[in-house]
Design a protein around this ligand. Structure first.
Ligand SMILES: [Zn+2]
Length: 473
């Protein structure tokens, strides 16, 4: 018997017109599947819910078909004893809610063929390939996800429509897979001499302590929400891969975004920043460093550097202004201090800071949505940074550019949602200037080369849907 807390029995369709996919992802609102319905047959009204003792017969399914799928092969021709599908009573109950869920959310189930999906559900359930009891339906969200999984939405469905890259061999070589013959020997001596020196120099060159800063007082969550809303439309339909969401499905964005102002840093965090920054140094290529084979040496050097108090302080100044996204926690930390440029007036400085914040959000949000099967590939190539940061920066920039274009072209509501505490005039003016992000240049350039070969659709699908083979990996 399917049991749900009574309080969760709310309409399947959200009041703001968005359906399950959006709602699951953005808010984690539990009420996404309608588990109580009414239908009329023979002038009688029946109430069906998920815990009723009454059997759900074919009548309910017929009602579902005839009112919702007008030209689905007449239900009576295909359902029932001796027909193509003959669900028992409990199977009927399960199908009743599953089909209802599908139909009511079909606007959100982009590009899916609703008849194929219904047939799949009937086939799978009626042939006993899946027992309804085996399906985790302790709550609506699990139920909804299970239905989506059974019909193959959206990973397999969307991916079927994409072309695999024309020359995978060429791409494989590009990524320098580990199985490539003769990886060059690691020049550890050179690495141990030059890496610490170059890394500290890099950190000092960009020491935030040397910059004038401007502080935004508004909570970063508002900007994150506005960018998120835009991003979900911009990367449609590849974003929001429902299958990659064991974590994100259950929490609203407001629980995922935090301010760095009050965070205490520890050595693990400091080390991870230094390792991240080290990836961009030329000495890696010079010493034939492999991020899979030689990572322990890098880690050791970094830990050693962190025993020096002045290095820790330098790193902490960076951490305070460096946004981040946890790969497993999917939490996004955002800063409040931004670089202030001499030539800017007070109002221009705030507008510029807000755009810097939007740039940070755009990048970190991509980490948030990145599929774990894509991230996992960073361990399979020698320059893993192109996977973890290169593609993230590439797509974050595509998003940022689209936002800037919209504001520069005078889209009023977008401007108002994005500008935070910046004045509209300066905010629009800043959108027309150069973007000025300079992160992960080497990794970004390589990701861009891949995109030029396979096209943005394959890159987006690979990244959000966890299909790295679409970019030749
Ligand atoms: Zn990043």
């Amino acid at each position: 018997m399917l049991r749900l807390p009574a309080a969760n029995r709310l309409p399947g369709r959200c009041s703001d017109g968005r359906g399950i996919v959006e709602r699951i992802h953005e808010t984690g609102t539990p009420a996404v599947v309608q588990m109580q319905r009414q239908f009329r047959t023979n002038n009688e009204t029946f109430v069906v819910d998920n815990q009723g003792a009454d059997a759900i017969g074919f009548d309910a399914l017929f009602a579902m078909f005839s009112t919702k799928i007008s030209n689905f092969a007449t239900a009576k021709m295909v359902l029932g004893p001796g027909k193509r599908w003959n669900p028992d009573q409990e199977q009927s109950r399960w199908l009743y809610f599953a089909l209802g869920f599908l139909l009511e959310n079909r606007m959100q189930l982009m590009e899916i063929d609703i008849k194929d999906a219904a047939r799949t559900l009937l086939d799978v359930v009626c042939t006993g390939r899946i027992r309804h009891r085996a399906v985790d339906i302790r709550n609506e969200r699990n139920f909804g996800r299970e239905v989506l999984r059974i019909i193959g939405y959206r990973r397999s469905y969307l991916v079927k429509r994409l072309n695999v890259p024309g020359n995978p061999q060429e791409l494989r070589e590009f990524f320098e897979r580990e199985q490539q013959p003769l990886p060059l020997a690691f020049d550890e001596d050179l690495f141990r001499v030059e890496l610490p020196r170059d890394l500290i120099e890099l950190m000092k060159r960009h020491d935030p302590g040397k910059f004038q800063t401007v502080r935004l007082s508004q909570d970063p969550l508002e900007a994150a929400k506005a960018v998120n809303r835009f991003a979900r439309n911009f990367f449609r339909p590849y974003i929001a891969a429902i299958e990659n969401l064991p974590v994100t499905v259950s929490a609203p964005l407001s629980q995922r975004v935090y301010s760095l102002d009050t965070v205490q840093f520890d050595d693990d965090l400091r080390a991870s920043l230094l390792i991240n920054r080290a990836q961009e140094l030329p000495v890696l290529a010079k010493a034939h460093f492999s991020s899979t084979r030689d990572r322990a040496v890098l880690e050791e050097i970094v830990r050693d550097l962190l025993t020096r108090p002045e290095v820790r302080e330098l790193v902490d100044r960076h951490l305070r202004v460096t946004p981040r996204a946890g790969h497993t926690s999917k939490r996004i930390g955002l800063q409040s201090y931004f670089q202030r440029f001499d030539e800017h007036s007070e109002r221009q400085a705030v507008a510029s800071a807000q755009w810097q914040r939007i740039g940070s959000v755009s990048h970190e949000l991509m980490h948030f949505y990145c599929h774990k099967d894509f991230e996992a590939k960073s361990g399979a190539v020698s320059f893993g940074h192109v996977i973890t940061e290169g593609f993230t920066e590439l797509m974050g920039l595509e998003l940022l550019e689209a936002l800037r274009r919209g504001v520069a072209q005078g889209e009023r509501s977008l401007t108002d949602r994005l500008r935070g505490e910046a004045a509209a005039e300066e905010f629009i003016e800043a959108a027309r200037g150069p973007a000025g992000r300079e992160s992960y240049k080497t990794a970004l350039q390589r990701a861009r080369e891949v995109e030029n070969r396979v096209g943005p659709q394959n890159v987006w699908a690979a990244y959000f849907l966890g299909k790295p083979e679409l970019i030749g990996l």
